[in-house]
Design a protein around this ligand. Structure first.
Ligand code: NAP
Length: 184
């Protein structure tokens, strides 16, 4: 068993720990409205990212204790694959949204392609997968709480987005679910 803080800088578990911590804080900063034009939203996003990033990183660096072979544990491997899959979906889907507008345009269109063929908020679906994977790989209450709160926040936003699409676009695909393909 090793406490995460005692790892040498180049060991695989340490690299994964550091990568996860960095993903948490960088991900948060990118995700939660840091690009918003509203100063209040920016400030709240900054506070949330800082506080949550600190909590997760502090847990991983000072309190988490994992077996030496944790990186080959099925929970870690499954969590890692889930996290990676979610991140790729999230990046791909955000790219589709960003490309809906030509430079200078401000309106909204119907996102198409990728998982948007199945859900209205494919970027949120990827996000939730990411943090579920992180929760599984870290096998911690802190990681699970992060995943659960991300799901709750994003499910509410996703429902709102989905309703808005249905009201705004008469030809909006009725087959699409809100956030989770075929389920929700
Ligand atoms: N883990 C968490 O708790 C959490 C919470 C919130 C967000 N996030 C993540 O943060 C990222 C951004 O979140 P968000 O809520 O800002 O996402 P979003 O509402 O889907 O918007 C993302 C970007 O795409 C634009 N956009 C969205 N739908 C569009 C459409 N139909 N046509 C044209 N442009 C469109 C938005 O423009 P406008 O700004 O003009 O609307 C915005 O610039 C996502 O990756 C999300 O997963 C994570």
């Amino acid at each position: 068993m090793w406490p995460a803080a005692t790892l040498g800088p180049w060991s695989a578990p340490a690299a994964l720990r550091d990568g996860a911590g960095r993903a948490v804080s960088v991900g948060r900063a990118r995700l939660l409205g840091m690009c918003s034009g509203c100063p209040v939203v920016r400030a709240m996003a900054f506070m949330f990212c800082t506080y949550n990033g600190y909590l997760q990183s502090r847990y991983l660096s000072h309190y988490a204790v994992y077996a030496d072979d944790w990186v080959t544990d099925p929970r870690f491997l499954a969590g890692f694959v889930l996290w990676l899959t979610g991140m790729l979906i999230n990046i791909h889907s955000d790219g589709i949204l960003r490309n809906l507008r030509q430079p200078g345009q401000t309106g909204y269109g119907i996102p198409r392609g990728g998982l948007f063929e199945y859900v209205s908020t494919a970027n949120y679906f990827g996000e939730v997968l990411e943090w579920c994977g992180y929760g599984l790989a870290s096998w911690s209450v802190q990681g699970a709480a992060f995943a659960m709160f991300s799901f709750c926040i994003l499910a509410c936003r996703a429902r709102h987005h989905h309703r808005w699409y249905l009201e705004k676009f008469e030809d909006y695909p009725k087959f699409r679910k809100i956030m989770i393909p075929f389920l929700f």
